[in-house]
Ligand binder design. Structure first.
Ligand code: MN
Length: 496
């Protein structure tokens, strides 16, 4: 549902009029060739669009101003084929509001040893032209991503891919709307935060809607629509005979399907990209949405439970950034530990709502009591999740700033059946190890709720945090508690 090819990155080459017509003609030709190469590259999920070479303060200002307002432009790639005196860039960079990648590349990969002359040197100057440009970006304290290497190199293309995906997630947040049904779970701290500051910083709004209004939409769904969806459930999931049409438990499945359709209609009609709910505020609803939340996440909506709007928004951004990649992005919660010294593990899950895009194999649709909330037994999808590299990310409000905290993990295949656990679950080992990973997470103030990703890297999330201008902390294979605590201490000063 999220097609990244609708987004554009503008390829902008800097130069100056000093060189004369013939050199500038070659600059333009080479730039077109590079932009077309990037546009065609399989690794890059968005369009790369060539823009005429900019050679003066006015041209730079005008092009960057156009980038700011172009609705599909999610960012710019800059490159100085020749020298482009950087005072010319001050006005433009000062107004630039889109993410920027500075591609420190060169048209030719190799030096043509036998033919190189001063004309060649005059044209191929990025080694010093990009340094002049880089100084100005640093001088203006602008965040950007610097990528170094030949533009056809696979590693370079991978870095551009990663940045472009971060830019797509960032772009998707601008003007995005998230609906909250009910407030945060009573007395819970980490899932709460400053929604005004979030809208200022991140560009998305979070507003509350009465459960009664949602219930009215759910009640408007026709029996035919609900039956069509329960048919779909029966075709997609393993279900006990009692839950099939005519069975004693079918009414629970029917209610769950009706809730899914009502929620989906509410979100579509309001133009929302995600939502949160809470088991403490379900007045008029028959069940807490279980399978509804799971399948809406699978369809691309952001979600987090207990009113956790920050995680819901983060899950949505993850879905955009991971669009088209193998693996899923999901709402997750650190639930229970396995402290066996020979095989330490975290079991991640939630009461109900684990995104079915993570499922390995065919999910089972089951109905069980919830134990809290006092509502009817909710339907949910139960499944295991595959092993492999993954990460958990938490967006928290530190009072004077937002922090994005990431822990890289290695997920492991389940070694045991869990016949009495009626929820989807994931097992993982935090990096660098259980003790360090968990301790660093707690020192960093990370939440129990996270966005869990099977296909996004910590580097990509660093780019994303830079676009937002927020603090980024990574817990990975090289993390030590001493080093991490120092980083926290120093960041307190950096963000004062
Ligand atoms: Mn929770």
């Amino acid at each position: 549902m999220i097609d990244l090819k609708t987004f554009e990155v503008w390829f902008i080459t800097g130069s100056q009029n000093l060189y004369g017509e013939e050199t500038l003609r070659q600059v333009a030709e080479h730039s077109k060739h590079i932009a077309a190469g990037l546009d065609r590259a399989g690794q890059i999920p968005v369009r790369v669009v060539y823009k005429p070479v900019v050679k003066s303060t006015e041209e730079i200002y005008q092009t960057l101003q156009e980038a700011n307002v172009a609705p599909n432009c999610i960012g710019i790639i800059t490159w100085m084929h020749t020298f482009s005196p950087a005072k010319m860039w001050i006005r433009g960079l000062n107004i630039l509001q889109k993410p920027m990648l500075h591609l420190h590349t060169q048209y030719n990969r190799d030096i043509p040893w036998s033919s190189i002359d001063m004309d060649f040197m005059n044209l191929n100057q990025s080694a010093h032209g990009d340094r002049e440009f880089g100084f100005m970006v640093s001088r203006l304290r602008k965040n950007r991503k610097v990528v170094v290497g030949h533009w056809q190199d696979n590693g370079v293309l991978d870095e551009i891919n990663s940045w472009a995906r971060a830019a797509a997630g960032w772009h998707d947040w601008q003007g995005a709307k998230f609906a909250r049904f009910g407030d945060n779970m009573r007395f819970v701290a980490v899932t709460d935060g400053d929604k005004v500051e979030a809208e200022t910083k991140f560009g998305f709004s979070v507003n509350t809607y009465g459960i009664g209004d949602l219930v009215a939409v759910i009640d408007s769904i026709s029996e035919a629509e609900v039956t069509a969806l329960t048919d779909e459930y029966e075709s997609l999931y393993t279900m006990d005979a009692s839950l099939l049409k005519g069975g004693a438990g079918y009414s629970s499945v029917y209610e769950a399907a009706k809730i899914e359709l009502g929620l989906k209609k509410f979100l579509q009609d309001g133009g929302f990209k995600g939502f949160s709910d809470t088991f403490e505020d379900l007045h008029g609803m028959v069940q807490l949405p279980g399978i509804a939340s799971q399948r809406l996440m699978e369809a691309g909506y952001g979600f987090a439970g207990e009113g956790d709007w920050k995680t819901a928004a983060l899950v949505r951004a993850f879905k955009v950034m991971g669009s088209g990649l193998a693996g899923g992005n999901a709402f997750m919660e650190d639930y229970t530990y396995h402290f066996d010294p020979s095989n330490e593990l975290v079991l991640g899950s939630h009461m109900l709502e684990i995104d079915s895009s993570l499922a390995s194999g065919k999910p089972a649709l089951e109905v069980h009591p919830l134990g809290i909330g006092g509502k009817a037994d909710p339907a949910r999808l139960v499944f295991n999740v595959a092993g492999g590299n993954a990460l958990n990310a938490s967006l928290i409000d530190m009072g004077n700033r937002f922090r994005l905290l990431v822990n890289e993990v290695v997920a492991v295949e389940p070694e045991h059946d869990l016949p009495k656990l009626p929820v989807a679950r994931v097992l993982w080992k935090p990096l660098p190890d259980m003790k360090t990973g968990c301790a660093a997470w707690i020192y960093g103030g990370g939440a129990h709720h996270t966005a869990y990703s099977q296909n996004l890297s910590a580097e990509l999330l660093q780019d994303f945090a830079d676009m937002a201008g927020i603090e980024f902390l990574r817990i990975g294979k090289d993390t030590t508690i001493a080093g991490f605590r120092n980083e926290l201490r120093w960041n307190e000063v950096a963000y004062k």
